[in-house]
Design a protein around this ligand. Sequence first.
Ligand SMILES: [Zn+2]
Length: 578
Amino acid sequence: MLCIYYLYGMNRWLIYLTFSVIFLSVDAQQEWMGNTTPTYQALIQSLRAMEKIIPRIKLFNMGNSDVPGVPIYLCVLNAEKDSTSTFLKARKGTTLLFNNAIHPGEPDGVNACLIYSKAFMDMKDFKGQDPLIAFIPAYNVGGMLNRSATSRANQNGPEEYGFRGNAQNLDLNRDFIKMDSENARTFVRIFHALQPDIFVDNHVSNGADYQYTLTYIASVRERIAPSLGELMYDRLLPEMTQALKKENWDLFPYVETVKETPDDGIYQFNDLPRYAMGYASLFNAMAFTVETHMLKPFPDRVRATYDFMKYLIEWSKENAALIETARAKSKEWTKKKAYFTYNYNRTADKDSILFKGFTARVDTHEITKIGHLTYDISKPYERKIPFYKYYNPKDSIAIPSYYLVRGQERKIIEQLVANGIAIETLKEEKKLRVKAQVVRSFDAISKPYEGHYMHPSKEIERVEQWITFRPGDVLISTKQIGGQFLHSVLQPEAEDSYFTWNYFDSYLQEKEYFSNYVFKDKIKEILQNNPELQKAYETKRQNDTDFANSEWQQLYFLYQNSVYFEPSYMMLPIFELE
Ligand SMILES: [Zn+2]
């Protein structure tokens, strides 16, 4: 059944090829539809060749990658005469941005975008006022250059491909908030120069086997603006699903299994801000990840990625007015929000979804002699399975009117500005009644994750006090389009905040101390001047034997509660102004 299905698909593909007017060599085109993907150099050369022929195709060098001297490019279809007018058109009109090879072992989007660009050269019905289509030909340059035929052990082609990690061995699809890579800095420049309405990150799945070639992830609906949720889930996805049926594709949600096989149900993926898609949704882009299935042949996966792209562009062309209205509403929604909601958890609520799977069974392996999972592709099935797709925020916090960030936090200030956040640098000293973020407890993971000993759990108290701010400190209004991004990084309890990613570890350590033999002479005076402390101290001494028997514990308790203790200990350089 599967073979017939593929053959039918391939015929359509060949018909498409036959009707294309070929400017570039036929060999190159066929290569993109076969079982190979170009090297970075060949990829850029092909796009350069197209740019030379068609003025509406432009290739821009957008800045550094992780490899010195090798830039990250942006290719724009339906471009204007130069970069200024092209980016202006992108920001004003309807714009789609596709990202490829963030994981270069998953290069389906690389080929799909080449094929689409070639097809675009011949599209007579594509008008200047139609959407602008931008794509990053290959984002993870270091990974692209690190080619082999073996790093994706479970994938069916292409013959050679790049590696998942970049030159620094970072997974760039975890780097959009912490921005450890040059790639992320360049991506942020591209993203804010275009301000895309729709963003797509192209991938290939890992995990279970099933019949689908083409799966997608869309942003968690509960987290995004209602106007975007309605347009994506109630219009775009049902209409795309119908349209793709014409090409014999069943568009299905990404299969993240509850247990080992999909039979027990699937989850909606939680697109945290660290991921490309989660990042894009913080700026009210309608964001998708395309995940083709690893065990389907590369040419079919490329065709599926191409068809998703083609129909998404067609849909955007027809529905540009709806997109613009929903986007405008989402910006108002961001500015008017009174509470920032975070720590989204899946609920136990489930929908039922018709799933086309393969029967799973456990066989004993002839070598290991251990029972192992096998999917029998000769036994396809169609059955309803549970789909856990609902999320609720566990926490929320009233959004302050302003944040203040201390001037020494240059990296943070640079990152905020790079992300389009408007800031005001103080010119003179200012004493303000603010809420200081004070860390009461935190933990750290035991092994580094993407170069960081992250802090998943923490308790933060907001302590109201007068603080003197200095010239160079920055004041940031929360009433801006990037509001969701701003709270996601500056509210320390949020999943991907700068605190979570270890930006403030230097504040979590005492810098001064005391010597017992000197400090013991001061405690009498400390207690005399503070009757409340004296009471607390006596109670603790009576009720806590360890404390009563430890000179150090007693002295440290009094030190901590005295004027000698450093006021900046555990206080983050971020303040909230109501
Ligand atoms: Zn991937």
